[in-house]
Design a protein around this ligand. Structure first.
Ligand code: OGA
Ligand code: NI
Length: 365
């Protein structure tokens, strides 16, 4: 999505001094030491429910996904049609990438104001402590990224990631069509999606996350709490838990073999006029196990202006958000982070009335 490359101008994230060799670190250094997590998962299940697991071949699937988006904003899908083989290949290629020596990974380092490449989580700039993770963001051709890491052996990584992106694109479209049907939105209301809801020219990215084992996981944070910006995120996680979503407390989204986690993003929250919730989530780290995840971020074409569907706007429920493009919204997010959604609220006083889950109230400056 080259047209999105402007979004982070003025919001750089520097790698300098902040790279830690996680594998040889025996204690959490001050730079990475967060206030102790008193809610680190202990294995006891808290009485706050479990994230829905939805079988995509279930005949009531439409209601299940719609309801999950209204209540949790996150759910797991099974029987989605992505072969297990491909999931394992993606995991093993990601592992291969993160196992490279730091100097090698830095050959594909993300520019401070860029989107793609190797680096710290972009949200790092909002926190005084660093996170216990590394990321690699793929935008455009995966082989081009891989060429920087393995100049003579990039084909395999490229082919697998490309195949995965193709499959993800299909699942994302399928989910979106279900959600539109659930909301009663016809294709006339989403002209940008094409006459057959093809969803061409969408802006997608693949975010690989690596969470090394950590000597003191209660004092570290893998990925601090945030919501995802696009329409939908589809996440594969390796067989180690760490992803948590905020409900009445933090609820772990347990890894299930072959399942994928789907998240409502901020832009779908806006389109649905707040009916679907963009869920706050985070990733905690593990004492003994290295954890990997691969997130497919699926957003609209960069310059399409999105506003709440008019069908979901009524006298009782006026439009909650002003219109934005994906490009604009990424810029707002880069500046306001978890206050981005509330910063585009049209009627701040309505916030409480609708219990809008936007976590903060105002973005200054
Ligand atoms: C993300 C994310 C969670 C995880 O990449 O946006 O929330 O479990 N990842 O890695
Ligand atoms: Ni996320």
């Amino acid at each position: 999505m080259p047209s999105l490359s402007e979004a982070f101008k003025g919001h750089p994230v520097y790698l300098h001094n902040s790279l830690l060799d996680f594998n040889s670190t025996r204690a959490v250094p001050d730079s990475h030491a967060w206030a102790p997590l008193n809610d680190y998962p202990s294995g006891d299940s808290l009485n706050v429910g479990t994230v829905p697991v939805i079988d995509l071949t279930d005949c009531h699937v439409l209601n299940h996904v719609g309801h999950a988006c209204e209540t949790w904003g996150v759910f797991q899908i099974i029987n989605h049609g992505i072969p297990m083989r491909l999931l394992y290949e993606v995991e093993s290629q990601s592992r291969r990438l993160f196992m490279l020596p730091t100097q090698q990974k830095l050959k594909a380092a993300r520019e401070p104001e860029g989107i793609a490449g190797y680096g710290l989580a972009r949200i790092s700039s909002f926190f005084s402590k660093l996170m216990w993770s590394e990321g690699f963001t793929i935008v455009g051709s995966p082989a081009e990224h891989a060429r920087k890491l393995w100049p003579h052996d990039y084909q395999q990584f490229g082919d697998i990631m490309e195949e995965y992106e193709k499959e993800m694109k299909k699942v994302a479209r399928r989910l979106m069509c279900m959600l539109l049907a659930y909301l009663g939105i016809t294709k006339e209301e989403v002209k940008w999606a094409g006459s057959k809801l093809e969803f061409k020219n969408m802006s997608a990215a693949l975010q690989l996350n690596s969470y090394p084992a950590c000597p003191d996981p209660k004092r570290a944070m893998g990925l601090a709490e945030h919501t995802d910006s696009p329409l939908l995120t589809i996440l594969y996680q390796s067989n180690i838990s760490g992803l948590q979503v905020l409900r009445d407390g933090w609820v772990t989204v347990p890894p299930l073999p072959g399942a994928l986690v789907v998240n409502v993003g901020d832009l779908l929250h806006v389109l649905s006029n707040g009916r679907f919730r963009s869920a706050l989530h985070r990733a905690v780290v593990n004492h003994t196990h290295h954890r990997l995840s691969v997130a497919y971020l699926w957003g609209p074409p960069a310059h399409i202006r999105l506003s709440p569907f008019s069908k979901l706007v009524t006298a009782d429920r006026p439009p909650l958000y002003r219109s934005v493009t994906w490009n604009e919204y990424l810029g707002i997010k880069a500046k306001c982070f978890n206050m981005a959604l509330s910063s585009i609220l049209l009627h701040p006083p309505l916030k409480q009335q609708f219990e809008i889950d936007d976590h903060n109230t105002k973005c200054e400056g």
